[in-house]
Design a protein around this ligand. Structure first.
Ligand SMILES: Nc1nc2c(ncn2[C@@H]2O[C@H](COP(=O)(O)OP(=O)(O)OP(=O)(O)O)[C@@H](O)[C@H]2O)c(=O)[nH]1
Ligand SMILES: [Mg+2]
Ligand SMILES: [Zn+2]
Length: 308
């Protein structure tokens, strides 16, 4: 049988067939996930083959994964060599950003964008909770909005609570597979519920003590919507470890830096202090955002990244 993985708990995978039957599947033996070392060899979004071993209970065993178009992967907490595949075969990644409760830094945004660029996944930035911004929040988000739209990223200011611009988001999802990401508490599951009031996914208020989310969603899960959209809600993330990117490749995934770097004197320019560097010139002329350059440097110099 062939099916699509809708949910992965680590022990069980919910696999849906074309005829909308749902089978709870395990994995046969220990197979490496298409050559990737991962804590979850099978990911939400994977097309798999499985054998039915209990028709009445709708249970099966996954035997094979179809090659993936793309995937989002992150480093597992505490297991530096291990990684976790968040989702696969994705058309759009929606990155949820809030200025406070919880706050999202530009460095976090740039790490996510670096990852999704490296995986070839279109990313749309959703600035959520606009109904609750104070002056500082508004200023901060305006700045980010300008920075990322000028680079070419699609950005939307939304309020899930007041349903502002939700229809626009829905339009992007039509007939595509999308994944939601961002810190815990930014409103990913709330957005799912806003898109379909029958869903009733669990959401939680931000902790008053530390102004952070409570990690309410624990497993990635895909849902179907009536406009042909498939959307994957996923657990909030603290960081996005970067895997399999070499230091000299990083600039290539900062789209505006990549464009400029063709004009640098050296084709292996890291845009640090090399002579005739087009990126440094653009920075001095205010043609590129300082925060993007600073974050580029920060990622370049961060040994936590597990660069090869
Ligand atoms: N004011 C306001 N609050 C919102 C909005 N969207 C979501 N929230 C609130 O933010 C809190 C967290 O929302 P969730 O949907 O649980 O966040 P999440 O991103 O799914 O969090 P995790 O599952 O932990 O990753 C809830 O109390 C929501 O009601 C919004 O547009 N405005
Ligand atoms: Mg959630
Ligand atoms: Zn350069």
């Amino acid at each position: 049988m062939k099916g699509l993985v809708y949910k992965s708990t680590g022990n069980w995978y919910d696999v849906h067939t074309d005829s909308h039957e749902v089978y709870k599947c395990s994995i046969k033996g220990k197979f490496r996930s298409l050559g990737i070392k991962s804590t979850n060899p099978v990911a939400v979004g994977d097309y798999v083959f499985f054998e039915i071993n209990d028709e009445k209970e709708q249970r099966g065993v996954i035997t094979k994964i179809e090659p993936r178009k793309n995937y989002i992967i992150r480093k597992s907490v505490n297991l530096s060599k291990q990684s976790h595949i968040l989702a696969s075969n994705i058309d759009y990644c929606f990155l949820f950003v809030t200025p406070s409760n919880p706050s999202t830094s530009s460095l976090f945004i740039d790490r996510v964008l670096l990852s999704t660029e490296s995986f070839g996944i279109n990313t749309i930035i959703l600035f959520n909770k606009i109904d609750s911004y104070d002056k500082d929040d508004t200023d901060y988000i305006e700045k980010l909005y300008k920075t990322y739209t000028s680079i070419g990223y699609q950005c939307l200011k939304i309020s899930v609570k007041q349903k502002t611009n939700i229809e626009k988001v829905k339009k992007f999802m039509e007939n595509n597979v999308s994944v939601f990401t961002g810190h815990s508490g930014v409103g990913k599951s709330s957005m799912m519920n806003a898109l379909d009031s029958n869903l009733n996914l669990k959401t939680s208020e931000i902790s008053k003590q530390n102004e952070q989310g409570q990690h309410t969603t624990t497993f990635a899960e895909m849902f179907d919507f009536n406009n042909g959209a498939k959307v994957i809600d996923s657990p909030g993330i603290k960081g996005f470890g970067l895997i399999d990117i070499e230091k000299n490749e990083i600039g290539g995934y900062f789209v505006e830096i990549a464009k400029l770097s063709t004009n640098c004197k050296f084709n292996n320019c890291l845009h640090l202090n090399e002579p005739n560097c087009a990126v440094k010139s653009a920075l001095e002329a205010n043609d590129i955002s300082e925060s993007r350059y600073v974050n580029y440097l920060s990622i370049l110099n961060d040994d936590e990244n597990n660069f090869r």
